[in-house]
Design a protein around this ligand. Sequence first.
Ligand code: NCD
Length: 311
Amino acid sequence: MRLPTRHLLGIETLHPRDISAFLDLAESYALLNRSGKTRRDVLRGRTLINLFFEDSTRTRTSFELAGKRLGADVINMSVSTSSVSKGETLLDTAATLNAMNCDLLVVRHKASGAPALLAQKVDAAVINAGDGMHEHPTQALLDALTIRRHKGTLEGLTIAICGDIAHSRVARSNILLLIAMGSQVRVVGPPTLIPSGIEQFGVSVFHDMREGLRDADIVMALRLQTERMSGGLIPSAREFFTFYGLDAAKLALAKPDALVMHPGPMNRGVEIDSQVADDVTRSVIREQVEMGVAVRMAVLDVLARTALRNA
Ligand code: NCD
């Protein structure tokens, strides 16, 4: 597999062929992980730094686990314990990490474009682990892998992404990936949480959740990302749940075998009802987390090989 760049900054720059190759490799890592075997040689002698300027549970842990399973030396830096809290700029932090000859730099930042800026300044391969409202490419890949494992393909599926689309990098990366792979994507939510002009991406917009869910193959719920909202965009969490919360009654309008997904963290009783989230016959939320490790192993593997080729 040959990537157009040595970084993974977004889905936008990937060709459908690259996406399929990532998913195929991740699938083989998923099987390996289930068998309990690891491949500690792939990243032996390499250093991975997790640089997280925003909170994270799943993404940071799964990058750490993925790096360790492949044999890398993994260092976790969280901002509250680093010199960033002493006023160091992003680029000075980058220069410091660069001087330590790190090979893979996983970055999460509240500003859109921060990983791309770092990529210009460091020698390491940079992986975007979520930048502001922009992109979260490994989340889209793990969502796609989860869907493909259940439905066999992404092509021709109807996928409803529901809730706070406007502030969601997960929605953006998913839309780019799923449209590129031939899915029909619907975005469902109140007008205040759907960016105007989003139809340009090739999605259809629904403000009525029941309409948006009708005959869908996949229903993906997203959290209200209040930390990125400036002002009250919804009347109340309770009202939001009434109209846009994914509960059994609304889910009944989707296909009988429709899958329920959520990138986490979930706010139960706001965008999703516990009964639906915990229904093992419909919800693949735990499998998404499992696939997160496999996808990140595939991404680290490919980027490390790309770096070797370019060396
Ligand atoms: C998402 C994120 O950080 O963008 N979480 C994740 O990575 N699984 C979604 C969110 O914060 O709501």
